[in-house]
Each structure stands twice: as C-alpha cells, then as structure tokens.
Design a binder for this molecule. Structure first.
Ligand SMILES: O=C(O)CCC(=O)C(=O)O
Ligand SMILES: [Fe+2]
Length: 289
C-alpha cells in the first residue's frame, strides 16, 4: 500500500495542510478495481434515474447508505417526500467505509475519533453541466465548535475520473475555513432553496475569485476538506460525466483538541460545554474573523 509508508514528515505535511489551508490531498488511495466498481454502479444508477432540476449545480445529491446504517435510519427520513427519491441502501457504500487504503489515509492525517455518517453522497456533473456555486458546508456556526483552529467535520471524497478545469474540477479558497473573505457576505446558505433557484450565473456566487485555486485531481486520490472551507466547481464542458463520491466524517470530537495539538486554543473553545446544543446555522457568525 502506498499510503502512509510510516514517513513522519509526509504525515505532518498532510495533517498540517488540512489545518492551515482547510484541505489536503492524499494521492492514489482507491484502486483501479475499486474505481471500476463505483463507475459501473454510478453509471447504472444515472442511466435509470432522473435527477430533479433543483440539483443541477451539484449535478446530483444521491445518498447511498451502508445497509447497517439504513436499518437504523428514522422512518421519517426514509419516507420523506423529497428525500426518498434520492436515498437508498446499497452494500457498495461499505466498499468505501471498509477500504483499508482509505483507513490508512485517515491514519496518515492523524484523525482521532473518526466517525462516519454511514452514507455516501454521489455527486455527478453530467456532460455540459453548469458550475457549482461557492459555498461552505458547515452547519453549526452558532456553536463555539466553529472557532476551533482544527477541523471537527470534514468531507472525504474521491473523483471517479481524472478532473481538470475542462470537466468541472473542484475550486477552493485556501484558508477561508478560518478567515473571512468578501464572498462570505454575499453567499446564500449552501444547498438551500435560494441558491438552487438561481438563474443568473453571472454573479459572485459562481464567479472567479482572486484567491481561488483550482484542484485538478487523479481518479482515486482522496481529498480531505474542512466543512468550513469555501469551495465550488467549474462547469463540465466535456461530453463525459464527472462523478465523485463524498463521505462526511466527524473528527476530533468537540471540544477536545487533537492529541498532537501544541498551539494556543481559543478561550471560547476551552470553556465550551459539549452538552449544549445550538440551533443549526449555515451562515458564518463572529466565530469567523
Ligand atoms: O462537485 C464537487 O466537486 C463538490 C461538491 C460539493 O462540494 C457539494 O455538493 O457540497
Ligand atoms: Fe460542498
């Protein structure tokens, strides 16, 4: 296995990049066989299902549950009128969650308290699909958890084809998970009705940004990104689908810092009561400066 190699320097580099920049890439995590299996599964799925227009910017937002997790899911979710058309259990989800190279990559990143949601999100931008709006996915901005200098919620994802600007690669604003930028003031909540209803692509929500960086990736590379990071994706200008598989994970259960943390910890984090639940909020608060 190429991941890890016991190389301490390499491991600190990835871990520290995730903390500093809000994202990091571990190359070559998922094997060719693994990718073939997911490509077959997803192309069958998209051949057989119509995707509602409201998901055109994400391409799709299918949730594929691990069968174990599905058993424990609330009936209200399973029967939710909008969700039920795009959630399903399938053993393929466990091919992600139980993949040894994926776990080796998580060790490389020195995650602690890793906890998956037990479901994958499959996002597939069809040929000539539009761009994805700038957004960040964190939904607990009322909580002092939003002020941790380390990540607490990350997405871990891989693309099933090589990506480039031409087929809609990811874009990020490095450091925006911890630093306010002008875009924060104009963005609608991620994946809500307001952003899904946008018709005009000539707005800052889709525009180039001077601090934006393109993230072209090889199929099978793993990207780990802080939920607070501003990200977007280019349009797919090719004739082929561009699909990714994404899994949300909790890491470093709040308010405990990583065991390897040596830097100062904000007072608001030190004094936090982990039993308090906050009203979910997708727009950043004063915890982002
Ligand atoms: O399409 C991508 O590359 C990223 C998708 C994403 O960030 C999202 O749907 O929240
Ligand atoms: Fe996102």
């Amino acid at each position: 296995m190429s991941v890890g190699r016991g190389n301490q320097l390499e491991s600190y580099a990835n871990r520290d990049e995730l903390v500093e920049q809000g994202y990091t890439i571990v190359p070559g995590v998922f094997s060719q066989d693994w990718l073939d299996e997911f490509r077959d599964w997803t192309s069958d799925y998209f051949d057989q299902h119509h995707i509602d227009r409201r998901y055109r910017f994400q391409g799709s937002a299918i949730r594929v549950y691990s069968p174990d997790r599905w058993e424990r899911e609330d009936a209200a979710v399973k029967n939710h009128p909008e969700l039920m058309s795009r959630i399903l259990p399938d053993p393929i989800a466990d091919r992600f969650f139980h993949d040894p190279s994926f776990h080796a990559a998580c060790e490389l990143l020195q995650f602690e308290g890793l906890q998956s949601e037990g479901k994958l999100i499959v996002l597939s931008k069809p040929a000539h699909g539009p761009p994805l709006y700038w957004h960040q996915d964190f939904s607990n901005w009322n909580s002092p958890e939003a002020a941790t200098p380390w990540p607490t919620m990350v997405f871990l994802s891989t693309y099933l084809t090589d990506t480039s600007k031409a087929n809609g690669c990811l874009r990020v604003i490095p450091g925006s998970h911890r630093r306010r930028v002008d875009l924060h003031d104009v963005l609608p909540d991620a994946h809500g009705a307001a952003v899904q209803a946008l018709q005009d692509l000539n707005t800052p929500v889709f525009a180039d940004h001077p601090d934006a960086v393109d993230i072209p990736m090889k199929a099978g590379d793993l990207i780990a990104a802080d939920a607070r990071l501003l990200h977007a994706a280019h349009p797919n200008d090719t004739d082929e689908r561009r699909t990714l598989v994404l899994a949300w994970h909790k890491v470093f259960p709040f308010p405990e810092p990583p065991s390897w943390w040596t830097r100062p910890i904000p007072d608001v984090v030190q004094g936090a009561d982990p039993t308090v639940e906050y009203e979910p909020r997708r727009a950043p608060t004063e915890y982002l400066r």
